[in-house]
Design a protein around this ligand. Structure first.
Ligand SMILES: C[S@@+](CC[C@H](N)C(=O)[O-])C[C@H]1O[C@@H](n2cnc3c(N)ncnc32)[C@H](O)[C@@H]1O
Length: 543
């Protein structure tokens, strides 16, 4: 979940959201049979069904099309959108064909609805306590709008230690037996994806998994963008989050298609990891549904902890810690929802546990929140599946670029480079009181310079920093064209919000309702930031 951002060796820190890392293939060929018979995987306890010839052939065809599609880098938002729609259609057909495999690994949605998850909490609590989780102040409960969460069972004081989870009860790839760990370690994937693979292996182990009581209380479905329908995504079109969300969907589809290719179409795979990825895919019942579930579990719940922690002997010898952080799931603690505040969870290397203190006093019966870290609402929506309406760290990214046909582009690029700004840059529109980030102001000022003005500013690049400040002395015409440009740009961005969304019925908290609400909240926050900035810019246009 990336709830912690501090870069302190004894503190958890926020990991980057899952990113590319396992695309590519391998030299050796994985074998895939298509006999229609069920095959016992290496977990012995679970049987991953093998698809018969026809559905397998159809799947091979669909996944080949999917891979060819998502390997194309779209050149503009329209292309990106069309690719997303085609990708979604292919994935829907793939999901249907893979249903028997999915059923063997992932229970149906109903099975892990909030009520059913809650029914498993007693077993989970016993399991957690037996593994050293300490909690005397909160209980897991269903909370409208949050699914499950933590509620105070007594008054809690600010700063009081509320939950501790020992290192051995934290799930990471280090929790797997050596052979499986090695299988994953050989992937050129980022740490959070290694955790995804570890979770799939453990999930496929079913009843034999030592982590089953924990895995059983995880949601079966998430509100991450991987679960959005095109109609839902459509409501985000032309907002700043749309492209980020669509890129995330494309990345995950590409990783899935790459692994599928290694397993079932090895002749088409390239790279150095074909055998491992292929074996992994066929042995642990990987299919798109299972992959997006595991990715979403990790995206919404992960944190970083030291890779190893061990107390040597009982006679008080030194603790052994390995500070190299590893992506991990922290049972029980990860039932806490996000509320504004500050990070109060850290890894206590003396006790060898994740320790969570109350960020504020909390009365009995109230929800106990933790702070997930400084993120924008775009990041919350894409990585965590919700939006924080009270987010103090929110801003809206806008993309600006120098035109390759601009004869002065090179001169402009030199000044921008002196400011550390790329030719194609993602720049911030901020809420009050700043509104326009210094880099955005500087970019637009450079963008609006004449040839003479560019020569003037290039002659003393050390002074270029002044362009980031609102009171930088510039010629009146130049200043006017800068603010006018910003005004037009913001007006255009706000036009995306003109068409009102149909009101949503608040008749319960099913997953779609949550997604619809998140979309509305996101739009509302982005619009409010842009509208505030527009008003501010308008004032400057008058000057
Ligand atoms: C670490 S889990 C917390 C427990 C989770 N509610 C559950 O039922 O398992 C993070 C997820 O909880 C939900 N969540 C957390 N904080 C939230 C908030 N402030 N508003 C809405 N949903 C939130 C989101 O679905 C998020 O992906």
């Amino acid at each position: 979940m990336g709830k912690n951002k501090r870069n302190n060796k004894n503190k958890n820190k926020q990991p980057p959201p899952p990113a590319a890392g396992s695309a590519g293939g391998g030299a050796a060929a994985a074998t895939a049979t298509a006999t229609g018979a069920a095959k016992n995987n290496s977990n012995e306890n679970r049987t991953i069904p093998e698809l018969s010839y026809r559905p397998r052939r159809e799947l091979n065809d669909l996944v080949s099309k999917l891979l060819a599609l998502v390997e194309v880098q779209p050149e503009n938002p329209n292309e990106e959108w069309n690719q997303y729609i085609q990708m979604h259609e292919l994935l829907q057909r793939i999901i249907v064909l893979e249903e028997p495999i999915k059923q063997a690994v992932l229970p149906s949605e109903d099975d892990t609805s909030a009520a059913n998850r809650l029914a498993r909490v007693e077993r989970f609590k016993e399991w957690a306590e037996s593994r050293g989780v300490v909690n005397t102040a909160v209980e897991i409960a269903t909370i409208p709008g949050y699914e499950l969460g933590l509620k105070a069972i007594r008054d809690i004081k600010a700063e009081e230690k509320v939950i501790s989870v020992p290192h051995h009860t934290i799930f990471s790839m280090e929790s797997l037996p050596e052979t499986e760990r090695n299988l994953i370690d050989n992937f050129s994937a980022l740490g959070n994806f290694k955790l995804v693979f570890a979770l799939i292996i453990e999930k496929a182990r079913g009843d034999q998994s030592a982590w089953k009581p924990y895995i059983d209380v995880l949601p079966a479905k998430y509100n991450t963008v991987l679960y959005y329908t095109p109609a839902q995504m459509q409501k985000l079109r032309r907002t700043a989050v749309c492209s980020v969300a669509v890129r995330q969907c494309r990345l995950i589809a590409r990783q899935y298609a790459t692994m599928y290719t290694c397993a079932h179409l090895p002749a088409k795979a390239t790279g150095t990891e074909i055998a491992n990825k292929g074996a992994y895919f066929t042995s642990y019942g990987l299919c798109y549904e299972v992959y997006r579930w595991a990715v979403s579990t990790v995206m919404t719940r992960q944190n970083l902890v030291p890779r190893k922690f061990q107390v040597k002997g009982a006679s008080g010898e030194e603790n052994v810690t390995d500070d190299e952080p590893v992506s991990a799931l922290i049972p029980f603690w990860d039932m806490a929802n996000h509320g504004s505040g500050r990070i109060t969870t850290f890894f206590d290397s003396t006790a060898g546990e994740v320790s969570c203190n109350a960020q504020a006093a909390c009365s009995a019966g109230e929800q106990f929140f933790i702070y997930y870290g400084d993120r924008t609402n775009t990041e919350f929506l894409v990585n965590n599946g919700f939006v924080d309406p009270d987010n103090r760290n929110d801003y809206v990214n806008i993309r600006l670029g120098l035109s390759p046909t601009d004869p002065l582009a090179e001169k402009r690029a030199i000044i921008l480079a002196a400011l550390g700004i790329e030719r194609k840059a993602t720049l911030r529109v901020l809420p009050a009181p700043v509104y326009i980030h210094g880099d955005l102001l500087a970019f637009v000022r450079v963008f609006n310079m004449s040839s003479e003005q560019l020569d003037h500013w290039s002659s003393n690049l050390e002074r270029a920093r002044d362009l980031q400040y609102i009171d930088c002395a510039l010629e009146t015409d130049h200043e006017r064209s800068t603010w006018q440009y910003l005004y037009e740009r913001l007006r255009l961005l706000l036009a995306a919000f003109d068409a009102p969304l149909p009101a949503i019925k608040d008749d319960g908290k099913d997953s779609n309702q949550d997604i619809e609400l998140t979309i509305q909240q996101y739009r509302c926050q982005e619009k409010s930031i842009l509208a505030g900035a527009l008003q501010y810019v308008q004032e400057h246009c008058k000057v």
